[in-house]
Ligand binder design. Structure first.
Ligand SMILES: [Zn+2]
Length: 327
């Protein structure tokens, strides 16, 4: 362990802890472009920029501090190269503002609203920014669900024929997992369950035949078939039905029902991320971590966003093809 590690950690913690939590605090803290650049340098290099090629710190500063040339190897490193903000033409101040807007809204924001709030000239710009910031916002949950797990399928979006299937798992205390699936056969369910539900867990489902020893493995299983009347008295999948109703409201409310199947998984990831943190993480913490992830995430082009629209990562490719691009 290098001697500086505990200090580095403390500095990173300070970046989180001291991040503004309200709009006025944010305005004061990031009043100028220089304020944002100083923060970015702190988040990316712990305060001292380094050459991206040789890690040397003897640098000439060029173009008002957004470009560095290495005095040892001659390599040029920009503030944004190799990060999610690579090749951006917009100031950091605008990016920070967008991150704060997205982080501080409990229900997130649509591309249309981001376009309006930020005064962007085009919907495409707002849409691209939102996808990039979403990639930095959402971090996967590592702890599998283990308490009072319910599992079910739901259908969201579109008219009847165009609806997309979503596999849903919930925990009693409210944590959730969501996957956009094309089928609900036992093999697909198994990929979802193995990635989402701890092995020694009792799973409650409805009577769907796909919930069996193939999909659930050794887990204890309560398959409960209810009539609508019985469900009104005591719904055995109450948590999941409540969660799905909120998911549908979010897709219809924040996103005006405009999410295309191709991009649905990214939206499900955002919903699950916000839902799983609704009681714990403050605005400042989420915004600070998002900027940290903008630094650490590899660049993402519009082309990559469109072509690589993320499928649920645990499905084998044959069970999930990215839905076609439609106009
Ligand atoms: Zn160098």
């Amino acid at each position: 362990m290098p001697k500086t590690s505990s200090k580095d950690k403390r500095d990173k913690d300070d970046l989180w802890r001291n991040f503004p939590k309200t709009a006025p605090e944010f305005e004061a803290r990031f009043a100028t472009e220089a304020d944002c650049i100083a923060y970015w340098i702190e988040a990316r290099w712990g305060g001292t920029p380094a050459c991206a090629k040789c890690q040397g710190t003897r640098l000439w500063t060029e173009r008002d501090g957004i470009l560095f040339e290495c005095r040892d190897c001659g390599h040029q490193t920009s503030l944004t190269s190799g990060t999610l903000l690579e090749k951006t033409r917009k100031p950091f101040k605008v990016w920070f503002r967008a991150v704060f807007e997205i982080s501080s809204r409990r229900n997130g924001i649509s591309a249309k609203d981001l376009e309006r709030i930020m005064g962007f000239g085009s919907y495409k710009t707002a849409w691209t920014w939102l996808h990039k910031i979403r990639a930095a916002l959402v971090t996967p949950d590592r702890e599998p669900l283990s308490k009072g797990v319910e599992i079910d399928e739901a259908f969201v979006g579109g008219k009847r024929a165009g609806k997309s299937m979503v596999l849903v798992a919930t925990e009693t205390d409210g944590r959730i997992r969501l996957a956009h699936a094309l089928t609900n056969d036992a093999e697909t369910l198994k990929a979802f369950v193995d990635a989402s539900v701890a092995p020694e867990t009792t799973v409650t489902s409805d009577g769907h035949a796909g919930y069996n020893a193939t999909s659930l493995g050794e887990r204890d299983h309560d398959a409960i078939v209810q009539t609508p009347a019985e469900r009104r008295v005591k719904d055995s999948l109450q948590t999941i039905h409540w969660t799905v109703s909120q998911l549908k409201r979010w897709l219809l409310g924040t996103h005006a029902g405009a999410v295309k199947p191709r991009y649905l998984q990214a939206y499900l990831d955002e919903f699950a991320f916000r839902w799983n943190r609704r009681k714990t993480n403050g605005v400042g913490r989420i915004a600070a971590r998002t900027i940290g992830n903008l630094v650490n995430h590899a660049p993402l082009t519009i082309r990559a966003i469109i072509q690589g629209a993320t499928p649920y990562p645990h499905f084998v490719a044959a069970k999930y093809t990215v839905p076609e691009l439609t106009a």
